[in-house]
Design a protein around this ligand. Structure first.
Ligand SMILES: Cc1cc2nc3c(=O)[nH]c(=O)nc-3n(C[C@H](O)[C@H](O)[C@H](O)COP(=O)(O)O)c2cc1C
Length: 235
């Protein structure tokens, strides 16, 4: 089975999506080409998951990692979808931004173009939007610093291999756009002030939930609530 897996810039359901990608990869005869939006690349790094992609999409034919940042705007790679070369397109997690564009027929990014070309090429798309229904979801942040516990020893600043922790008015601060989620800062902090995966409540806005309903009406699109439903659907 050949799959295109699209990842957009959502932290919500990101770990869960990677778990399913790993499980699919381990099942027989599945090749995964991974397509990643610009925001997706940044967010995957912040959550420390980027390295795992080399296992999921090992680099062979139909097992490439395609970064939007490195590809031309017309996304020629999506031609494979319009030619019907894949069995499925999967998009998980899918941001409110990408869903909003898709339901309006916009195809000006790697992922929105891939979904459009899948529709044109009779390739079924399984899409997991992070904003499934209006209400509240609990989601996890990437690394953050609890200022109440921090004693400003700045060991984290020294430990960060990517210069992603700066000092502002004595306090260390994580610059998320540089963070690679390696966790070294957390390991050297003597006070447990670095938190990985702090839980926060987020509102799913009505506008985003309405877009998800519109998504369900598109040809050959199956909308799923959680990445684990992808496995149930495919296997
Ligand atoms: C750490 C982090 C987590 C994010 N999580 C979400 C999310 O769960 N859902 C969402 O819709 N946007 C989220 N965003 C915002 C998107 O990355 C942003 O809207 C981006 O423009 C989406 O672009 P894309 O749809 O092309 O990937 C997050 C941003 C950051 C920095």
């Amino acid at each position: 089975m050949k799959i295109v897996w699209c990842i957009t810039g959502a932290g919500h359901l990101l770990r869960e999506s990677f778990q399913v990608m790993r499980e699919l990869k381990e099942s027989k005869d599945v090749k995964i080409t991974t397509l990643i939006s610009k925001a997706g690349e940044e967010v995957i790094k912040m959550y420390g998951l980027f390295g795992e992609l080399n296992y999921i999409s090992g680099g062979g034919y139909y097992e490439e990692i395609i970064l939007e940042r490195e590809h031309p705007s017309s996304s020629p790679i999506t031609g494979r979808l319009s030619l019907g070369k894949y069995d499925y397109l999967i998009s998980s997690p899918t941001t409110g931004n990408t869903v909003a564009k898709v339901v309006r027929g916009i195809a000006d990014t790697l992922i929105t173009n891939a979904i459009a070309q899948a529709g044109k090429g009779f390739v079924r798309s399984l899409i997991v939007p992070v904003d499934y229904e209006a209400g509240v979801v609990i989601t996890k942040l990437p690394y953050s610093i609890d200022r109440k516990k921090c004693n400003c020893c700045l060991k984290c600043v020294e430990a960060c291999p990517n210069g992603a922790i700066i000092v502002r008015k004595r306090f260390p601060e994580i610059v998320l756009s540089k963070c690679l989620g390696c966790g070294r800062c957390k390991r050297v902090c003597p006070n447990g002030a670095i938190i990985e995966g702090k839980e926060i409540k987020m509102r799913v806005r009505k506008v985003d939930a309405e877009n998800t309903k519109r998504l369900m009406e598109l040809e050959d699109v199956v909308v799923l609530k959680h990445p684990k439903e992808i496995l149930e659907y495919l296997l």
